[in-house]
Design a protein around this ligand. Structure first.
Ligand code: ACM
Length: 545
């Protein structure tokens, strides 16, 4: 039995091996270019072998697509047949072939994850026959680069890590109260003003500690093009999120007319002006429901559609506090003018506007589950984060859903109960808890369950200020998540967690070779601790399980 993660659908191992060497050729058929480039780049670096193009069938890795594989396993499926003298990697489509290449790298051993060859290594693939395809078409990771900016290099690195785990949707949380991270040419102040804050709270919002230096950063449009292209080369779709009408204080700081100017709340103690928020939580400063705001964001989305070819565009829609709309005479007048019942309907009107706007441009809106509250247009989809209920309601109403309940797959939540756990937030969600997460709600009929596009893990970065903190919270749990999203696992209680842990003992060595600062099974290393930084642990089991 091999140590593959995520576990493939069918594996039949034989005896013997194929030896990869300096003479081994890479034969690439039509439609295989992304995988050919990736394999030659990655395995070439790790082994030092040229993997030259060749046309001899012996001592070759042969890449091709085949309609039989498409028919049996779908576009994302693959067959990997390792024989003594040759390797056939056959994709149902270019993406399936690429996922098969990820499997091939794992079979070569942890050193295949390094970027230069170590001395005296032998590179062997076990003789095997693997047939594989994913359970879900949406296997996502959301990264919040608003609370803490992640420089472009770090984003590219996470795309590589996603690819190694066969994850294929990168949900890019680009804006929030604490920062605006994408260049919009027609509104330069969004990044001039909105992309940085004067100081940052260290730890949970109740913490008295501040880091008294500016924090910021943003991606230029060329950076975004590079990120999207890098992802596409790895068969990963980037879904951008611009959060409206709440979580918008950075934008309002840049363009005050976007806010409810008749009632605006100064954000920083002792100041009357609104600035990019330096604290955590949910800001009271939300967008004003004016035509000006709608036109402004249409301008933002116009530039965004040029940059992101994804079918789905995420508009947030979560946690919009209604205090200002209640207090603002202008917002109240708007509610009456539109014939709406209340502030909740105003939020629904706001999101509905962009639903129609995106649909007219051939895209689909996706938003957090709050967007179903006022009724949603037909093509829109929902990210179900407040437990399963939002996803169940949305699927029953005929909407597509992505399951990302905070009780299971919010990776900012702490992963062990110990005192040493750095900046402990939320419930204890262990590696095993994530492994036993079931994305499809049991309450759905088979027909309704077809609306579950898949699942996603979310990384919110209030207390993750650098690569080490993000790595620690994300790994190894994202590995368990990847198996949930890809593999055909049995019901949660029947899952072989001991077997997964056994395979993890090899996977940790892959992560080591990749330089991932994961949480070791024995607990945080001394330099992974954050003594004295206040978190907000919640005791007991999460509700809504
Ligand atoms: C969310 O966690 N507010 C989507």
């Amino acid at each position: 039995m091999n140590d593959l993660i995520p576990a493939p659908r069918h594996v039949h191992d034989y005896t013997g091996h194929f030896a990869l060497g300096p003479e081994t050729c890479l034969m690439a058929g039509e439609g295989t270019a992304t995988t050919e480039r990736w394999l030659r780049g990655v395995l070439g670096a790790a082994t030092g072998f040229p993997l030259a193009a060749g046309d001899t069938a012996a001592n070759a890795v042969q890449l091709y697509l085949h309609p039989m594989v498409t028919k049996d396993l779908g576009e994302e499926g693959y067959r990997l047949m390792v024989r003594h003298d040759t390797v056939h990697l056959v994709g149902g489509g270019p993406a399936g072939l690429f996922w098969g290449a990820q499997t091939l790298r794992q079979l070569l051993g942890p050193d295949a994850f390094r970027r230069a060859p170590l001395p005296d290594r032998h590179w062997r693939l076990p003789v095997t026959h693997i047939q594989d395809s994913p359970r879900f078409r949406w296997r996502g990771l959301m990264l919040d680069v608003a609370r803490h900016f992640m420089p472009k290099e770090g984003v590219l690195r996470h795309l590589d890590l996603m690819a190694a785990h066969k994850l294929n949707v990168f949900h890019f949380h680009l804006t929030d109260d604490q920062g605006w991270r994408v260049e919009i040419k027609r509104y330069p102040r969004l990044t001039e003003v909105g992309s940085w804050r004067a100081r940052t709270k260290i730890g949970h919002r109740a913490s008295p500690l501040w880091e008294d230096k500016p924090h910021g950063g943003f991606y230029t449009q060329d950076d975004i093009r590079e990120i999207v292209a890098y992802a596409a080369e790895r068969h990963i779709t980037v879904v951008p999120e611009i959060d409206v009408p709440g979580h918008s204080q950075a934008a309002i700081a840049a363009y005050p007319e976007l806010g409810n100017t008749d009632v605006v709340t100064a954000s920083t103690e002792g100041s009357t002006a609104l600035s990019v928020w330096d604290d955590w939580g949910i800001s009271a400063n939300v967008l004003a429901p004016t035509d000006n705001t709608l036109r402004f964001y249409e301008g933002v989305f116009e530039e965004l559609l040029e940059l992101f070819p994804s079918e789905f565009v995420h508009v947030g829609g979560d946690e919009c506090r209604k205090d200002q709309w209640r207090q603002s005479p202008a917002a109240q007048a708007r509610i009456r003018e539109l014939g709406l019942a209340d502030e909740d309907e105003l939020q629904s009107w706001f999101v509905g506007h962009f639903d129609k706007w995106l649909t007219a441009r051939g895209r689909r809106l996706i938003g957090w589950d709050e967007i179903i509250e006022g009724g949603l247009a037909k093509g829109a989809a929902v990210s179900s984060w407040r437990g399963y209920a939002g996803g169940i309601a949305a699927a029953r109403a005929g909407h597509d859903v992505v399951m990302c309940p905070e009780q299971y797959v919010y990776l900012d939540h702490r992963q062990a109960p110990g005192e040493d756990e750095p900046v402990p937030i939320g419930f204890v969600r262990t590696l095993e808890d994530v492994y036993r997460f079931e994305p499809v709600p049991a309450q759905l009929t088979e027909d309704e369950a077809r609306h579950v596009l898949g699942t996603q893990a979310n990384v919110w970065t209030e207390v993750m200020e650098d690569q080490g903190r993000v790595d620690y919270q994300t790994y190894p749990r994202l590995t368990a998540f990847a198996e949930v999203a890809w593999s055909a696992l049995p019901a949660p209680a029947e899952r072989d967690f001991a077997g997964f842990e056994r395979r993890m003992s090899v996977h940790y060595r892959r992560l080591d070779a990749l330089g991932v600062g994961y949480r070791p099974p024995s607990g945080p290393l001394p330099w992974q601790r954050r003594p004295g930084v206040l978190g907000r642990p919640i005791e007991g089991a999460p509700p809504n399980r």
